[in-house]
Design a protein around this ligand. Structure first.
Ligand SMILES: [Zn+2]
Length: 481
């Protein structure tokens, strides 16, 4: 497939590139971008196609009001919580878990029910432009296997984890022991690995998922840290990927206090012992493939620990408002070079896609800027009054890819990367979505509409403006699919 037209993508934390007359060729077999060129004048497209011997391939010319964007990466979400989306905002985290989340997740013991919900979750999030998703399942092995199967079937790039929880959970929704939890995690990893013939190139991957420190005994956390190490050793031998780990951290004041109380007996040997992040570090759970959701309330020592272990943050701004967790100071993390992606955290949040998270990340940073003194460090991100669109679009795409260890595979348009992309259509047939009047913004041939069109899409767009969603070159969603 060859696509000729405008595209917009992130090239760094501080730069969005707007390409007005770009040409991309995608290998139909494996979804890889094999050629990328710009600017190509309209009159030269045919010549370029013929001279490269691509004459037999589908050529799509985008019309005015259409552009390509990389697909969005949701670095933190809970597939079984989508049915709870939009309810429970009267609670803070720990009460919300007991009253809304755990009873909802317990229903997923029924694999048929799980399959029905998970199909809806995956197809709905694809239509919202989420081409990669980091999913927490439930504690149930079989229904979490079903989630991985559905991601593979519907062709959504995904990390799928079974929640580990053997402590401090209600009797009807808890695992019987640390060893049972670890064994089932092993079974899930084996199952997910069997879905792909080529381990290095798997679309759906396992992720070790201790729910949070409160729900895990020290024995369980230790066992999961060892399992991750074991998997890394195995991956080195077979040419696979390093095992990813996801968990929650520093979300809510009550949660932090309870965590510190539970793990207070640990010896204070390292500067960060006694902190929340120190608990995960002690059990070997921090590293370059660790995704820590929320991180609203981080101590200085924890920021240093994240920096030194190369662990990253999934920023979930809507959930942080919804459950009154607080405003994460993301600019400080970015200034330290800590990887940051965005997470919908459904149903802690009340939105399913990543577009609303971009807006909320900007609003959160404006709140932080209004109430906290700006950094005096010239040129730093935390000296800005708020995160820029370049910062937040990076978090939604290329930064999210880096957080998942996929920065060389997806996140923007580059030769050799895989084509996970959206066709945004501001002239879409399902109602306006984004304010757009054809011809309003300059004459045909005038490319000045692209930057404002992109900005309008980010701030006011939704799935009505996403007409095609591709994952690894395959059309998997969108209003035209
Ligand atoms: Zn969460």
């Amino acid at each position: 497939m060859i696509i000729y037209g405008p595209f917009v993508h992130s090239v760094s934390l501080s730069e969005i590139e707007y390409v007005h007359r770009g040409l991309l060729r995608i290998n139909d077999e494996d979804g890889t971008i094999t050629h990328i060129e710009s600017p190509v004048e309209p009159a030269d497209v045919e010549k370029l196609v013929q001279s490269n011997g691509w004459g037999g391939e589908v050529l799509r010319r985008l019309r005015r009001g259409q552009f390509l964007s990389p697909g969005f990466i949701d670095t933190h979400t809970h597939a079984p919580q989508y049915p709870n989306n939009g309810i429970g905002s009267q609670y803070e985290l720990l009460d919300w878990l007991d009253n809304v989340t755990f009873p909802g997740e317990a229903k997923f013991k029924d694999v048929d029910y799980a399959r029905k919900i998970y199909k809806e979750v995956v197809s709905r999030t694809l239509s919202l432009g989420t081409t990669t998703s980091c999913y927490y399942g439930t504690l149930y092995l079989e229904s979490t296997k079903a989630l991985a199967d559905i991601c593979a079937e519907l062709h959504q790039r995904a990390f799928v984890g079974k929640c580990n929880m053997d402590s401090n959970c209600p009797p009807e929704y808890i695992e019987p022991s640390a060893s049972a939890s670890i064994e089932e995690t092993r079974s899930l990893i084996t199952h997910i690995q069997s879905l792909s013939p080529s381990p290095a190139d798997a679309l759906v991957r396992p992720i070790i998922t201790p729910r949070f420190a409160i729900s895990c005994s020290p024995e369980l956390l230790r066992g999961l840290g060892e399992l991750a190490k074991e998997e890394d050793t195995r991956a080195t031998k077979v040419g696979g990927y390093k095992m990813a780990i996801q968990t929650h951290m520093g979300e809510n004041a009550g949660e932090i206090a309870f965590t510190k109380q539970l793990f207070k007996d640990a010896k204070a040997e390292k500067p960060w012992d006694g902190t929340y992040a120190g608990v995960y570090d002690r059990f070997g759970l921090l590293g370059e493939r660790t995704i820590l959701a929320h991180c609203v309330h981080l101590e200085e020592k924890e920021l240093q620990l994240l920096q030194s272990t190369k662990s990253g943050i999934s920023h979930c701004p809507i959930s942080n408002f919804h459950l009154r967790s607080g405003c994460a100071r993301i600019a400080e993390a970015l200034d330290r070079g800590i990887k940051v992606g965005l997470g919908s955290d459904c149903g802690g949040g009340n939105e399913a896609g990543i577009l609303p998270q971009i807006r909320a990340a900007m609003n959160t940073s404006k709140m932080v800027g209004m109430y906290l003194p700006a950094s005096s460090n010239p040129g730093s991100i935390s000296q800005q009054t708020h995160l820029s669109l370049s910062n937040t679009f990076h978090m939604a795409t290329l930064g999210g890819a880096a957080l998942c260890g996929l920065q060389d595979v997806i996140g923007n348009f580059k030769k050799g990367k895989q084509f996970d992309a959206l066709l945004v259509d501001l002239t879409g047939k399902r109602g306006p979505g984004v304010w757009w009047t054809a011809g309003e913004e300059g004459e045909e041939g005038d490319a000045s509409w692209l930057e404002s069109g992109f900005e309008r899409f980010i701030f006011t767009g939704d799935d009505r403006s996403i007409s095609n969603v591709w994952v690894r070159g395959k059309l998997v969603g969108g209003t035209d699919a």
